[in-house]
Ligand binder design. Structure first.
Ligand code: HDC
Length: 279
């Protein structure tokens, strides 16, 4: 039986995560453990599996692997237990889902179940897609599989968005976000990011995913799953504009960088939990 990678967290980790995705000192439910409604933003579900030990190595599955050329391509998160605990001991079990050949790039998808270490109950399921520039052309399949909500591409309706939320990130956004567990130097070390093709260290995909997810929660309430494609990079300090369309129980959304007008999240959607939630 595979051994899970442990992730134990406390209220302190919850507050640090919430701050990393832009919670303000006045957002007491996000930053104050004694608030009656103290909670973790639901996109926290991507954190426990982040450093889970994978039973494969990139060097074994794609050619010319370089960590400097790796970008986060897509993310799917399913929350399987509500309310999300504000402290817990969890175990994550990563699996390789697929390796796709995009010619100039290799695309690797992993899927990770995260369980409560005491009860054995599922808490989160994640699928993460990484886009590795220069690691394609190995003769693999050109398209990935259809796994329902995990691979859905959500198309915004033609009408104007039903809701728009704008939020400026801070210059320190990546420096704070990384303390939740993604210490990739691409987001802090200019020497490293330069080799990857970026003059300035770029923001973590999962940081602007979290900020956009927060916009969805604050507008429509909690969701049971969320899927995004990282369509463009974001620099710390830039302003994010999340455009949302409510279609039934689903929120279709996309996020733009205000300063450039370019999409950083596209084809995204979240399925709402609905009803009264304890979140
Ligand atoms: O879309 C381009 C881009 O720059 N996106 C933004 C990437 C980004 O900023 N990511 C976040 C920051 S990096 C990060 O956070 C790393 C982190 O520290 C570690 C992650 C670890 C996660 C694991 C957790 C366990 C780019 C460069 C990705 C693609 O642009 P192009 O090269 O111009 O590609 P394009 O010609 O448009 O398309 C080629 C084929 O690839 C598919 N594709 C495009 N964007 C994709 C993608 N696939 C997955 N994810 C994406 N984001 C296209 O569909 C196309 O395929 P096909 O021809 O079959 O349609």
């Amino acid at each position: 039986k595979a051994e899970g990678t442990p992730f134990d967290y406390t209220q302190r980790d919850v507050i640090l995560y919430n701050l990393g995705i832009g919670a303000k000192r006045t957002d007491l439910p996000y930053v104050y453990e004694n608030d009656d409604n103290f909670q973790v933003l639901p996109t926290f579900g991507v954190i426990p599996p982040f450093n889970a030990v994978a039973p494969w190595s990139f060097n074994d599955i794609v050619p010319n692997f370089s960590p400097m050329m790796l970008l986060h391509g897509e993310q799917y998160l399913e929350i399987r237990k509500f309310p999300i605990p504000t402290e817990a001991k969890l175990l994550s079990y990563p699996k390789l889902v697929e390796v796709v050949d995009k010619g100039a790039a290799g695309v690797v998808v992993s899927g990770t179940v995260t369980k409560d270490a005491n009860s054995g109950e599922d808490v989160f399921y994640n699928e993460s897609t990484v886009f590795i520039r220069g690691s394609g052309g190995f003769g693999g399949p050109k398209k990935g599989g259809d796994r329902g909500a995990a691979t859905a591409v959500h198309t915004p309706p033609k009408r104007n968005p039903d809701a728009v939320v704008e939020e400026k990130t801070t210059e320190e956004q990546a420096a704070i976000y990384r303390l939740s567990g993604d210490y990739n130097p691409l987001h802090i070390d200019p020497e490293f990011s330069k080799v990857g093709g970026f003059k300035v260290p770029i923001l973590h995909g999962l940081c602007f995913f979290g900020i956009s997810g927060k916009h969805v929660v604050q507008t429509y309430g909690p969701f049971k799953n969320i899927k995004v494609r990282f369509a463009g990079t974001v620099l710390p300090g830039q302003t994010l504009i999340t455009e949302m369309w409510k279609t039934g129980n689903k929120v279709v959304f996309q996020t733009k960088v205000k300063e450039t007008g370019k999409l950083c999240i596209s084809g995204a959607g979240a399925e709402l939990l609905g009803g009264k939630s304890a979140l």
